[in-house]
Design a binder for this molecule. Structure first.
Ligand SMILES: [Zn+2]
Length: 433
């Protein structure tokens, strides 16, 4: 590591332990060579963005009038993008933390793991995330700590414990009956799922997550159509969107017919499922990067043979189905399943989606404007536009020619505060305090 990089690294880590991160009163002007406009899918030339407090005051080109006292951040040949959005994260746990050992992790420990991963995620360029599934409401605590400025991280929507049938994917553990343990989100029957939706909303859920089908395999259906209907209707009545973990072909269709807002993973999505999703305007959150990550890392993971055998069937099928979905025009929002692999590698999802058939512009739209729409936050995030929150990231070069650049985001601003700047290398521009 060069001395300069060391300096930046130490400044960045000092920043993460600082006091409240408040947007400065001094207006900021950010200039660069290009700006990715997710509405058109195109790059605009010579952008100038005026930031006031935590929001974007104006966006224009070189002739944009800017206040004389503004602080200038000139990012030279870089391309500006809206702060990236990941709608499927698991910040409160780490890769490899499953199995028996997970039984020893307390809720406070999970929240602290979340604080570490929130910082990694923000510095990777993801200024907004949706966290889908956390026991003990560790995600609610994390969201609130970030909002209060106690912890550095992305703006979050959280689900609390995911709902699922007794013994299903969201209630799987190794404990025998004498422990009398059920996951917090376990609920069976129409009345019980309605009650559980109200309960997680009471304790702070912004979004409802449920498991419509089993883990990756077998493709077991779990909630009945009547239960899904009740769960989703109640969530919508309380103003919450619903995301469902669904791999099974049947469960995907049942959930779409019941009005779910997004199908997460969707590995065994078929043609009829794609058609239904298009009719219902349902988003697919493909979480495709873990497929590639697993293939690359499985040999060093010393996994039992049944897992590698299962993966050999699932991964090719998943890739094929995702490619079909991408070409079908079904709406895509970017979600990474980070936590299944190490946090901070979220940007790899752009590359994997392009590898499976999206154009670079479509992948960038999935991780900006589409993700914002799925979260119901189109009015505040997803594009660099007047009135939106000042969430801006930058990469050196043209991300449309190579989306792998998104794996090395070099500038991160959230709410008008700069958290990372490896472009101007101005140490004092890292933070406003
Ligand atoms: Zn997940």
């Amino acid at each position: 590591m060069s001395a300069k990089l060391l300096l930046i690294a130490s400044l960045a880590s000092a920043a993460s332990f600082g006091a409240q991160q408040k947007a400065s009163n001094t207006p900021i002007v950010v200039r660069a060579s290009k700006l990715f406009d997710p509405t058109s899918g195109r790059l605009l030339d010579s952008p100038v963005v005026l930031i006031s407090g935590n929001h974007i005051e104006a966006v224009g080109s070189r002739d944009l009038a800017t206040p004389a006292n503004a602080r200038m951040i000139d990012l030279g040949s870089a391309t500006l993008l809206p702060g990236l959005i990941d709608v499927h994260t698991h910040l409160t746990f780490d890769a490899g933390g499953g199995g028996y050992e997970s039984l020893g992790i307390s809720t406070p420990r999970a929240a602290l793991t979340g604080a570490k991963n929130a910082r990694l995620t923000l510095l990777a360029g993801f200024t907004t995330v949706r966290n889908v599934g956390a026991e003990g409401y560790a995600d609610v605590a994390l969201r609130d700590a970030i909002d209060a400025g106690d912890v550095i991280g992305p703006r979050m929507q959280v689900s609390g414990p995911p709902l699922g049938i007794t013994g299903g994917h969201c209630d799987s553990n190794l404990l025998p009956p004498q422990f009398h343990y059920s996951a917090e989100g376990a609920a069976d029957g129409v009345e019980a799922v309605m009650h559980k939706v109200r309960e997680v909303v009471k304790y702070g859920a912004d979004v409802i997550k449920f498991c419509a089908s089993g883990g990756v395999y077998p493709r077991l259906e779990q909630y009945s159509p009547a239960e899904m209907q009740a769960l989703i209707t109640e969530a919508h009545r309380l103003g919450r969107k619903v995301a469902t973990h669904a791999h099974s072909t049947v469960a995907i269709k049942d959930a779409v017919r019941a009005g779910v807002d997004s199908i997460e993973h969707g590995i065994f999505l078929d043609d009829e499922g794609i058609q239904l999703m298009k009719e219902h305007n349902t988003f697919l959150v493909p979480t495709s990067y873990p497929l590639f990550w697993f293939e690359e890392h499985a040999p060093q993971m010393h996994l039992p043979p049944w897992i590698t055998e299962k993966a050999a069937i699932i991964i090719p099928a998943a890739k094929q189905n995702m490619t079909k979905a991408f070409h079908s025009g079904v709406r895509i929002a970017l979600g990474t399943d980070a936590g299944v692999y190490p946090h901070g590698e979220n940007g790899g999802e752009f590359w994997s989606m392009v590898t499976l058939g999206l154009t670079s512009a479509q992948a960038l739209q999935a991780g900006t404007i589409n993700a914002a729409e799925l979260m119901g936050w189109s009015d505040r995030v997803g594009s660099i536009a007047k009135g939106k929150l000042a969430d801006i990231v930058a990469v050196k070069g043209d991300p449309l020619s190579d989306v792998r650049m998104l794996q090395h985001v070099q500038f991160v601003m959230k709410d008008g505060v700069v958290y990372k700047d490896e472009i101007t290398n101005q140490g004092n521009s890292l933070h406003s305090w």
